[in-house]
Design a protein around this ligand. Sequence first.
Ligand code: GUN
Ligand code: FE
Length: 449
Amino acid sequence: MAGIMSGTKKIFLGPIVSSSSFKDLSFAGYLATENGKITKLGSREEYNSLQQSGAFTDHKTITLKPGQLLIPGFVDCHTHAPQFPNLGIGLDRPLLEWLDKYTFPLESQYKDVEFAAKVYDKVVQRLLTNGTTTACYFGSLHLEGTIELAKTVLKHKQRALVGKVSMNLKNDAGYYNETAAELDQVEKFVQTILSYKNDLVQPVITPRFAVSCDEPLMTGLAMIAQKYDCRIQSHISENLKEIEYVLEMYPSCTSYGEVYDKSQILSNKCILAHAIHLTEAEMSLLAARGVSLAHCPASNTRLRSGLCPVRKYRQRGLRVGLGTDVSGGDSASILDAVRRSMDVSTHLDLQAGGDNAISWKEAFYLATMGGAEALNLDHKIGNFQVGKELDALLVDVYAAGNIDRHEYSADNTEEERVTNLLQKFVYLADDRNILQVYVKGELVKDISN
Ligand code: GUN
Ligand code: FE
């Protein structure tokens, strides 16, 4: 019995750090969990007195070594699981040509469930290794293949939103479904995922984008989302040609956002990727509907789509998280997205002659709390608070030898010391520095030995 108890109750002892707001960090010296939830969080002194009174005798203690930190797990708000085999190739064409030439032909192959299972097993493990404890996935058009993705997520105990991609407009690859069959399959998909009754994996309705879906399909999908109270995800305003094409398809609409609004896609459970070229009216519309955005800086640069003004969107009241957007993005790592989001913001800021680029702490927020907010999961994850579930990374800044040591001056406070460690991690770390990954309090990846 003692073994079971120690498995469900844990204490992390050492520097614990997460975002308390967009600009600020909050610190603790210990964190206690029970059944995956954070039960206590406080200073080392508080720990010492509670420990002396025997409060933690049935807890398993994980003591952090010098150079180690416990931080929230990363949230990837937008990635395409079936596109991983294309990572790092075929980035020579802009969006619409890239989709036709490289992406739809690859995704078509996920009709083969065995192939899907093989790829998805690698994808989910890869993301956990990268520190992505929560992912919002686009699967493929295929029902069975995408169910396989959800099963793989459950197998490896990642937290995820999984979407079966919907498309009903013709393309050269023949990669689309008829409307009625598509709506039927999406409903089956939702019912299947809900039947697992595991809150770690939820279905997300996934109209690919307005270029691939007509209004009857989008409206039908919006109805399914309402019926099952699901989230809904798509792409918007990624590329200027795409926007032009959408406005030609919908001459009665004045903007891309309006196309989605007429199809009833927009709500506070809607996550839209890219949103690079929004007009003022679209920003107001999306903010009024409570839509959140997945900022995908790697993809936006690699496909030459544009520079997304994240600071401005946040000021307009839009929730923003980060997305890797594999394989438009060339990295599956949210740490890479963190750095690229800082770079893009700096480039925009330089162009504007301003001094308002997003800081590393703000980028860290986007990767954790921002993502949790964008996916409507901030009541459960995103930072460390009593009552939330523990999705966390035990990181070691110096263990892998890839990061040079900072010699601390004697007058640094403990908070400054921890802040500097985290800063080094944000700017310099890679997978080698992510020793352990916890989802809902459970160790799901461990390279500490
Ligand atoms: N727009 C529609 N589909 C896609 C996709 O697969 N990747 C990206 N980056 N944009 C899209
Ligand atoms: Fe995408």
